[in-house]
Design a protein around this ligand. Structure first.
Ligand code: MN
Length: 382
């Protein structure tokens, strides 16, 4: 029985992870559930999975649940610090980091320091602090198992391979809901149009990121740190069917790809059960139905998210942190109806222009940069 902490249990990845656990109660056990503020769903999850501990980061939500809480088996905690501490809970072997954005960094580092393996769904952690996270994980001899479908695909393709023989990582992208659209057509797209992703069912933030291609950009940086390659070894390939989840080209020009139905439960499960493969409820692929797989070059002039990410990644230092912070705020503003879709790019570009890059930042510097970049993004009039 592998004992798991799910940080961000009420979100899209968190609930799908619980679905995986539900199907494998003999192999997987939930020890800790931690959520931000959804007290009603967390309460249901506590009843079903009876973890040792449960946490609500949001103080008001915690007080709400505490007032009606009668459970004797699961200890309930509240507050941001309790959320971070949940990552280091004694019996836990693997921590699934499925919380939102930059807030995932501190709990992830806490888990690493406590010697827990990480099932990494919070890509922002690696984008912002990839060097620090990878170095600490190596020092502690812990595994970072990617949950992101593309990085999970790389991980599968690389089993038994020497990383030195990687020539190229071919990172596939669905292209999002606006693939093929031009700049003018994107001027007036609505939140609802952005939120209807063609192939993946995901949380709101990542769905907006998929439409801007910022998500693919974050994934380029994530891949760089996970697999230690150069940026010029990472090539994004638009593949609208989302059947190939990514591919690795080796030094002999041989390519290994991982294929499966577009179902996040599969990469979540592989990260949780690795190195074992076990039964999965993910639908089997039917090639007579698929018929064809197609590929395109990404349009980086219209969907600037990818271009900004490569630039920020190559610059290094605090640049990816600034890029991420500006994007998180821009996405919030877009979802709140405060800005238009294309203004997301304007905010990212403007915040990156205004900030001086600091190289080899420590954790404190990154936390400070995140704050400053956010406040600039918040106050920008576009
Ligand atoms: Mn992905």
């Amino acid at each position: 029985m592998k004992k798991i902490a799910v940080l961000g249990s009420t979100g899209s990845i968190g609930t799908q992870a619980l679905d995986v656990v539900r199907n494998h109660l003999n192999e997987l056990k939930i020890s800790v559930l931690a959520a931000n503020s959804n007290d009603e769903l967390l309460e249901k999850q506590i009843e079903e999975f009876t973890p040792k501990a449960a946490v609500l980061a949001d103080e008001t939500a915690y007080q709400r649940l505490k007032a009606r809480y009668k459970n004797k088996t699961t200890k309930l905690f509240g507050g941001r610090q309790a959320f971070i501490d949940a990552a280091a809970f004694d019996e836990v072997e693997i921590v699934l980091t499925s919380m939102l954005g930059f807030s995932g960094l501190e709990p992830t580092l806490k888990a690493i320091d406590a010697g827990k393996n990480i099932a990494l769904a919070n890509k922002e952690t690696l984008v912002v602090a990839g060097e620090i996270v990878i170095k600490r994980a190596a020092e502690k001899n812990i595994k970072i198992l990617p949950v992101d479908s593309e990085h999970g695909a790389f991980f599968q393709c690389l089993q038994g391979e020497n990383r030195k023989s990687i020539k190229k990582l071919l990172l596939t992208a669905s292209g999002g809901p606006f693939r093929g659209k031009n700049f003018n057509e994107l001027q007036s797209v609505t939140v609802d149009q952005v939120l209807s992703h063609p192939t993946w069912n995901m949380g709101k933030k990542i769905t907006v990121d998929s439409a801007t291609l910022v998500n693919k950009g974050l994934e380029v940086i994530e891949a760089k740190f996970l697999y230690g390659v150069d940026y010029n070894q990472i090539q994004v390939v638009v593949h609208p069917q989302s059947i190939i989840h990514s591919m690795v080209e080796f030094c002999d020009n041989s390519i290994i790809a991982q294929l499966a139905s577009a179902d996040m439960r599969l990469p979540i499960q592989y990260a949780l059960t690795y190195p074992e493969r076990i039964f999965s409820s993910t639908e089997s692929l039917d090639f007579w139905k698929i018929k064809s797989l197609t590929f395109e070059k990404p349009d980086v002039e219209t969907f600037k998210g990818l271009k900004f990410a490569y630039e920020a990644g190559k610059t290094g230092g605090t640049a990816p942190c600034i890029f991420n912070a500006a994007n998180e705020i821009a996405v919030e503003k877009f979802l709140n109806g405060e800005i238009k879709f294309l203004d997301i790019y304007k905010i990212i570009e403007e915040v990156l222009n205004r900030r001086e890059i600091i190289f080899n930042p420590d954790l404190e510097t990154l936390i400070a940069e995140d704050k400053i970049s956010r406040s600039i993004a918040k106050n920008l009039i576009v």
